[in-house]
Ligand binder design. Sequence first.
Ligand SMILES: [Cu+2]
Length: 574
Amino acid sequence: MAVIVWWLLTVVVVAFHSASAAVIESTWEVEYKYWWPDCEEGIVMAINGQFPGPTIDAFAGDTVIIHVVNKLSTEGVVIHWHGIRQKGTPWADGAAGVTQCPINPGETFTYKFIVDKAGTYFYHGHYGMQRSAGLYGMLIVKSPKETLRYDGEFNLLLSDWWHESIHAQELALSSRPMRWIGEPQSLLINGRGQFNCSQAAYYFNKRGETDVCTFKENDQCAPHTLRVEPNRVYRLRIASTTALASLNLAVQGHQLVVVEADGNYVAPFTVNDIDIYSGETYSVLLKTNALPSKKYWISVGVRGREPKTPQALTVLNYIDATDSRPSHPPPATPSWNDTDRSKSFSNKIFAAKGYPKPPEKSHDQLILLNTQNLYEDHTKWSINNVSLTVPVTPYLGSIRYGLKSAYDLKSPAKKFKLDHYDIMKPPANPNTTKGSGIYKFPLGIVVDVILQNANVLKGVMSEIHPWHIHGHDFWVLGYGEGKFKPGVDEKTYNLKNPPLRNTAVLYPFGWTALRFVTDNPGVWFFHCHIEPHLHMGMGVVFAEGVDRIGKMEIPDEALGCGLTRKWLMNRGRP
Ligand SMILES: [Cu+2]
């Protein structure tokens, strides 16, 4: 009798489980393809022949299984699931050299992870500069108990595009002297942009220097129009996977209510446009309450760097619209160097009601000085005077198998002596060091990270750096101007309702304070999301719960390179 009852219970549990959590499984072949992302022929990284890659549509709690087949003939590949915390599956995070080996040409690697939290996410290549080559797509996790009310939704994946290949770009950046890659030729919305024509040329092009776009059906650069019904509410899920550009998005004639940032609900606030940095995602609600006979521009432009790239445009099209095109020019992007405007947007973002407050105190504090430097005449970005060199053997494997010679065992400095550093001037000593040392934390502690910006190598200038953490969300406790003052500036932290995010911007000449809990055993990348900056060493690595990693089950397939390959080959033998 007892046996029967047990069996019945099991059936009930299994049935409930399968009804509430699904398995989403696909096979993705990654290859280079000729494509016309901005109406000019280029080479993109396509997944199953598509650019951008397919959208993953899941519900919170679902298991995602993706078999990635590397169809590139001469280079490895990995895919990072940006914003997914990978609880219990750090080996599936997809950061080459950190959590796994690059997948060899011809080989297949299977990512398997749970998407535990509803939100707007994306995925992208995390090896070399493959994200810049177009290896990306949306990852949408819906909530079975969505509290926001809306009638429909659209995804807007924003990126920037260069005509030069990533191989040429990588070489340029690593050359002595460094050759800067310059500003992108185009901005893309869902992989579509226009380089040699403008949809809005009618309005601003008095000298006729730009052609009005004439798209043919099925043109790969023809914009996706958003078709909406009047008097409805739509959720726009916006993600930026740019290599370089900080962006601003506006919808002509409509206000936007920001409701989500990086997979966390925020206290709703209304704006005319949003700033979005590389690595960030937002959901905004848009009410279609404008004149339904008209069409409206959705415009995306560059901020934070002097723009040399035209706006990306698409159209919000009411189904009843009688006008053939929007009746006004597209909204102008706010001036690129109005940093106060950008900060005012960041300062409007607070956690939605019901989110846990951050712990009152931290157990550990890192002060990370961001500088641009030289290493043997190569231009580098350094954190506390170390430019990160990601080792061949993934850290996760080195720690799992106790391989002591795979990376620098000495941790980089936790603090930089700011007293003797003038952040408002080029570095007095431009030379830096390289290293592969990491920060190790025990499980269950609270860590504060203060990112400190500084002047670049030459001239009077400081750049924007959007910092992204893997395996976590952090609380953004605050932003400040100038040099961080330990013991003083902590008092200004917002401990009441700071937003939880996975990406936070570091403004020029300022600091940004973040707090997170070491609740996820694994090895986690924390880095500037600007692709060339990361390529030039702008990142650090956190190892959490080292003793737990030592007992972790990691698929051998993740570690078939460097010293872990050697270890696996000799397993069981002296
Ligand atoms: Cu950066």
